[in-house]
Ligand binder design. Structure first.
Ligand SMILES: [Zn+2]
Length: 283
C-alpha cells in the first residue's frame, strides 16, 4: 500500500489511548489472524458530481493495515495481551465441523478460548477502523485497553457470521435502512475477513438475529477460558455495501427490492481507506 494512502492520518492520535501519535502498521484484523500476503484493496474514496462512487485500487504486499495506533498500544497492549488469543479463536473458527442447523447456520465449536481477550480485540479493531476519533467511544477504549475492565457504559453489540468468500470488508460506523420493507434501520459497522465476519450494531432484528451475538463475552474475566458453541450464518462478501451479502448481483437486487439507503457518517477529507468502505482480497 502506498504511504500516501496508508497514512492519511498524520498528526492524529492513537485510537486506543488518544495520547501518543500513531506509529507503525496496525493490521486489521491482526496478521496472525491470516491477514497477510499480497492483497488488492478497493476502497470507496468519495462521490463524483454525478453521484457515481469513486473507487481507488491499491496493492499491498502484506495484508490490510492502517496507521491507527501508537507503538505502546500496538505492541504492548494488543500484540502482547490479545493477539495470540484472537489468532487461536480464528484458527478454531476456521475448523468448523461442517454441521449445519435448520436455519443453515454452521456450528462452530471453540475449545478453551479466552472470551474477554477475543472481544477486546474485536472492539479494538472497530476503534482502529473508525476514520475519526469520537469522544463517545471512551467506554470502549477503556474496555479494549485495560486488562481487567469489563464491558460497561456505551457500546454496540457484537454479532458474528462466517465469511465464506475470499474477500474482506471494513465499513466504519454508518446507518443502513430499508424503506420498503418495514424492517427498519440499523446503525452498524463491519470488520470482516474470512472466515470471521463481525457486525457491530446498536439494534437487533434481521439480518442480525440469525448471527451469533457474543457481547456478553465482555463480562468475562481476562484469564477466563471457556468452551463455546456458536451457530453462525454462512455469508458471502463481494460488495462494498454494509450488510450486503451474496454476489454483487444479489446485493444490487436487495438494494432495489428493499429500497435500501446507506447513510454515511461525516468523514473528514483525510479519512483514508476506511472512510466509507473497503474491500480486499488475496492477489
Ligand atoms: Zn496508544
Amino acid at each position: 500500500m502506498s504511504e500516501r494512502n496508508a497514512n492519511p492520518v498524520s498528526g492524529q492520535k492513537c485510537r486506543l489511548c488518544l495520547k501518543s501519535d500513531v506509529q507503525g502498521r496496525e493490521h486489521l484484523p491482526p496478521r496472525a489472524a491470516t491477514n497477510r500476503g499480497p492483497v488488492q484493496i478497493s476502497f470507496i474514496k468519495g462521490f463524483s458530481d454525478d453521484r457515481d462512487i469513486e473507487i481507488e485500487v491499491l496493492d499491498s504486499e502484506d495484508g490490510f493495515w492502517l496507521r491507527a495506533l501508537c507503538e505502546r498500544c500496538n505492541t504492548h497492549i494488543l500484540g502482547a495481551r490479545l493477539d495470540s488469543a484472537y489468532a487461536d479463536f480464528v484458527r478454531q473458527f476456521a475448523d468448523a465441523v461442517g454441521l449445519v442447523d435448520s436455519r443453515g447456520r454452521m456450528f462452530v465449536n471453540l475449545e478453551n478460548v479466552y472470551p474477554a481477550r477475543i472481544i477486546k480485540r474485536m472492539y479494538a479493531m472497530l476503534l482502529c477502523a473508525m476514520p475519526e476519533q469520537n469522544p463517545k467511544w471512551e467506554d470502549l477504549r477503556r474496555f479494549a485497553r485495560l486488562r481487567d475492565q469489563i464491558l460497561s457504559g456505551h457500546f454496540p453489540d457484537v454479532h458474528l457470521y462466517r465469511n465464506i468468500s475470499d474477500t474482506g470488508r471494513i465499513v466504519p460506523w454508518c446507518v443502513v435502512g430499508e424503506l420498503f420493507t418495514g424492517r427498519g434501520r440499523w446503525a452498524v459497522a463491519e470488520v470482516s475477513w474470512p472466515p470471521v465476519g463481525i457486525v457491530f450494531s446498536f439494534q437487533g432484528g434481521e439480518p442480525l438475529e440469525s448471527m451469533e451475538k457474543i457481547t456478553d463475552w465482555g463480562q468475562a474475566k481476562f484469564h477466563d477460558r471457556e468452551d463455546v458453541r456458536l451457530a453462525v450464518p454462512q455469508l458471502r462478501v463481494e460488495h462494498h455495501h454494509p450488510l450486503g451479502f451474496g454476489s454483487r448481483e444479489e446485493v444490487e437486487r436487495w438494494r432495489e427490492r428493499a429500497g435500501v439507503v446507506w447513510l454515511l457518517a461525516d468523514i473528514g477529507p483525510h479519512s483514508g481507506p476506511t472512510g466509507i468502505s473497503t474491500l480486499w482480497k488475496p492477489s
